[in-house]
Design a protein around this ligand. Structure first.
Ligand SMILES: [Zn+2]
Length: 389
C-alpha cells in the first residue's frame, strides 16, 4: 500500500531495470526471478522488474515476476506512449499489487533535442499518458526525466498537472548525475512548497552517480521530504550507476539521529543480495565499496587494530553482526602491532606469553614486509621456527 506522509521511506529497487542497463549485462527471465525472490526477502517495497516494451525477453521476465512474487509492488518502465503502457500493463496486471511507471523528459534538452517538440506538447503528452494508465490501474508513477536540468517553473507545472491527471507517485530524477546535494535537497523542498498537491502523493527521487553524488543527493532529498528512493543493489546502473540501496538504507539506520526516517529493509539480507547480484551479473564489487566491499570491515593499520581490540567503537560504526557477519576482520600486515599479533595467535589456539611475543614479533615483521597475504599456516610455521619453547 502507498503510505502518504509516513515516517518510513519506501525503497523502490530498480536493480532489474536500471541496474540491468549497466554495460555488459543481460539476465535471463529465470535469473531475474531469482533476484526478485531475494529482493522480496530483503523486503523492498517496490520492484521495478524491467522495461517490457524494450524486448520480448524483458516482457516475459516482468510477467514471470508479477505472477510469482507476492508482497512488494511490481512495476516496470514505460515511455509516455500507449503501446509501452499496454505492454507494461500486460506484464504487471497479474501482480498482487501493480504500478505503471511512465517516464517523459522535462528538460529543454529532452524536449527539443530528443523529441523536437514544445514544452506545451510534452506536458499534454504526459497528462494523456497518465490518464490512459489510470484507466488500467490505481498506482501510477510519473518520472520527470532530467528534472534537475529542467526549468523550475515548467517542472512544477508538469508535477501539478500529472497529479491532477491521477499520478500517485511523482519521481524527480537526477538522470545524468548533474545535481549537487545543496541544490537537489532544496529542489525537492521548493517543489513541495510550490505545488501543495504533492502532499497528496508520494514524492520520489532517482539519482545517478556520474559525479559520485548519487547517495548524497538521495539523502539530501530525504532530508527535504522525499518519501521514496529509487536505488539499486551495489549501486549498479546505467553509466556510473545509481544510488546504492545498501548505502541509503544503512545511512538511515545508523544516522537515524539526523534523518529521523527508517525503512522496512531486512539489513541481515543485504550481503546475500549483494553477492547474488554481483555474481549473476558478473559485476565485481570494488573492495573498498561502502557496506558490501570485501574490505568494508577489515582493519589493517596497527593503530586501528590496537584501538578496535580495546574498544570496538573506536573505529567501527557499523556492528558487523547487523549484516550477519561474525565480526570485523583483523588483517595482519607489516603495520600491525604486537596486540593484533597476539590476538590472532589466540584465535588460532596459541597463547603467546610476553617473552614469546617479543621473540616472535621481529620475525613476523620481516615476513610481513615481503608477503602480501599472511595465512594461518604461515603464522603457525613462523611460531615453530622463531619461538624457543
Ligand atoms: Zn536511471
Amino acid at each position: 500500500m502507498i503510505e502518504i506522509g509516513s515516517e518510513r521511506i519506501q525503497v523502490f529497487d530498480t536493480t532489474l531495470r536500471d541496474g540491468e542497463q549497466a554495460a555488459g549485462n543481460r539476465l535471463t527471465p529465470r535469473q531475474k526471478l531469482e533476484i526478485a525472490h531475494q529482493l522480496n526477502t530483503l523486503n523492498v517495497d517496490v520492484i521495478e522488474a524491467g522495461f517490457p516494451a524494450s524486448s520480448p525477453g524483458d516482457l516475459e521476465a516482468v510477467k514471470l515476476i508479477a505472477r510469482k512474487i507476492r508482497g512488494p509492488v511490481i512495476t516496470g518502465l514505460a515511455r509516455a506512449v500507449e503501446k509501452d503502457i499496454d505492454q507494461l500493463w500486460e506484464a504487471v496486471c497479474k501482480a498482487e499489487q501493480n504500478r505503471i511507471h511512465i517516464v517523459l523528459g522535462s528538460s529543454d534538452k529532452h524536449i527539443s533535442g530528443k523529441f523536437s517538440s514544445s514544452r506545451e506538447a510534452v506536458l499534454q503528452r504526459g497528462v494523456d499518458a497518465v490518464r490512459y494508465a489510470k484507466k488500467l490501474t490505481d498506482q501510477v508513477e510519473y518520472s520527470t526525466e532530467d528534472a534537475s536540468r529542467s526549468d523550475f517553473d515548467y517542472l512544477c507545472r508538469v508535477v501539478e498537472e500529472v497529479i491532477k491527471a491521477g499520478a500517485t507517485v511523482v519521481n524527480i530524477p537526477d538522470t545524468v548525475g548533474w545535481a549537487v546535494p545543496e541544490e537537489f535537497g532544496p529542489l525537492i523542498h521548493r517543489i513541495k512548497e510550490r505545488v501543495p498537491l504533492t502532499d497528496k502523493v508520494i514524492l520520489s527521487v532517482h539519482c545517478h552517480n556520474d559525479l559520485g553524488f548519487a547517495t548524497s543527493n538521495t539523502m539530501a532529498a530525504i532530508k527535504n521530504g522525499a518519501q521514496q528512493v529509487e536505488v539499486t543493489i551495489n549501486g549498479i546502473g546505467e553509466r556510473a550507476g545509481n544510488a546504492s540501496l545498501e548505502e541509503v538504507v544503512m545511512l538511515l539506520d545508523r544516522r537515524g539521529d539526523y534523518y529521523k526516517r527508517g525503512t522496512n529493509i531486512d539489513i541481515s539480507e543485504i550481503l546475500t543480495t549483494s553477492k547474488m547480484v554481483s555474481e549473476m551479473m558478473a559485476l565485481p564489487v570494488q573492495a573498498n565499496k561502502a557496506i558490501v566491499g570485501k574490505n568494508a570491515f577489515a582493519h589493517s593499520s596497527g593503530i586501528h587494530q590496537d584501538g578496535i581490540l580495546k574498544e570496538t567503537g573506536t573505529y567501527e560504526i557499523i556492528p558487523p553482526k547487523l549484516l550477519g557477519l561474525d565480526k570485523h576482520q583483523i588483517i595482519l600486515t607489516a603495520r600491525s602491532g604486537k596486540h593484533a599479533l597476539k590476538h590472532t595467535y589466540n584465535e588460532l589456539g596459541i597463547q603467546l606469553n610476553d617473552r614469546e611475543l617479543k621473540q616472535l614479533y621481529p620475525h613476523f615483521l620481516n615476513f610481513a614486509d615481503s608477503h602480501k597475504n599472511i595465512s594461518h599456516s604461515d603464522l603457525k610455521k613462523l611460531y615453530k621456527s622463531a619461538v624457543d619453547r
